[in-house]
Ligand binder design. Structure first.
Ligand SMILES: Nc1nc2c(ncn2[C@@H]2O[C@H](COP(=O)(O)OP(=O)(O)OP(=O)(O)O)[C@@H](O)[C@H]2O)c(=O)[nH]1
Ligand SMILES: [Mg+2]
Length: 284
């Protein structure tokens, strides 16, 4: 038996959309053979895009900002549970340049977002141009694209609100100051986790308060959940311990290009968790 849902990606410039897709693949490989999820392209071009992006990330590099519209489709499937059920999701991940979500979105975008059952909304301290005003306008367009939807009503979608890149040093420092970080073992290494993702958005994201209020007014409160994610994880010392003063996984190459310090030992944090929640599967 399988349970099929469609999920859409939504986030401004540099919120981490492209890196996230690559990290899903890497994270799935790391848990292969155990209870978990897998991702594969629905067609050859999506598969080859995904393996290229994952290979780049695995080799310690970020892809450049997206310039073309990549219409990608993936199948996400969970491993079989004890009743033989498999959850299958279709991730219609338009990997678009983030500026398309600023100002008035081109018609195809609200049309796509409104047909999804679940949405992954990405927020980060990196997204200067996409702000609460963009969010308000995006939601308005999604409402108007939904056939038969009274614009005065809350939208029916489930939204996983994802605070991306919390590993970023300035963000992590602020989270530590606000006592929102707890270090716990994760896949054999010490990893800093955020205790209260909703509060972390209020504390760290520009206009966090108004963004959270808008979301909680425009969507049904029970259909919203907050997450903190890192597509690249942290830098650990050789014994697997983490030093909170030196755990950023970003390094700079001699020519100034950002690289991932851990290289092939990259370990994305919680990237599948919002998907499990959207799918109605237990969230670990
Ligand atoms: N620290 C940290 N930085 C990240 C992470 N993911 C992405 N970044 C940084 O953010 C930049 C933008 O990430 P992308 O994945 O390209 O963002 P995007 O939303 O696809 O951006 P556009 O394609 O321009 O809309 C990257 O080049 C990295 O510098 C992460 O998990 N942690
Ligand atoms: Mg991109």
């Amino acid at each position: 038996m399988s349970n099929e849902l469609s999920i859409g990606l939504w986030g401004g410039t540099a919120s981490g959309k492209t890196t996230y897709l690559a990290s899903l693949y890497i994270s799935a490989l790391l848990t292969m053979g155990k209870m978990g999820w897998s991702i594969t392209g629905e067609d050859y071009s999506s598969t080859s895009w995904l393996t290229d992006a994952a290979d780049e990330l695995y080799n310690g590099k970020f892809k450049a900002g997206t310039v073309a519209d990549n219409d990608l489709s993936f199948i996400l499937s969970s491993t079989e549970d004890k009743f033989g059920n498999i959850t299958k999701l279709s991730l219609k991940a338009k990997d678009l340049p983030g500026y398309k979500y600023q100002g008035q979105m081109p018609d195809e975008l609200p049309n796509y977002l409104t047909t999804c059952d679940g949405l992954l909304l990405f927020l980060s301290t990196n997204t200067a141009e996409w702000n609460w005003k963009s969010l308000h306008n995006n939601i308005d367009q999604i409402k108007h694209a939904a056939t038969g939807h009274d614009p005065a009503d809350a939208l029916p979608h489930k939204v996983a609100v994802c605070f991306m890149q919390y590993d970023e040093p300035y963000t992590l420092k602020r989270l530590i100051e606000k006592k929102l970080i707890k270090v716990k073992p994760y896949r054999g290494r010490d990893t800093p986790f955020v205790i209260n993702p909703r509060k972390s958005i209020l504390e760290c994201i520009d206009d966090g308060e108004i963004i959270v209020k808008l979301l909680e007014t425009k969507f049904k409160k029970n259909n919203l959940k907050y997450f903190t994610l890192s597509s690249i994880g942290f830098w650990n010392q050789s014994d697997g311990r983490v030093n909170l003063n030196d755990c950023s996984n970003i390094g700079l190459r001699g020519d100034g290009v950002k690289v991932i310090r851990s290289g092939k030992k990259i370990s994305p944090v919680h990237v599948w968790t919002p998907i499990a929640w959207l799918a109605g599967a237990p969230v670990k």
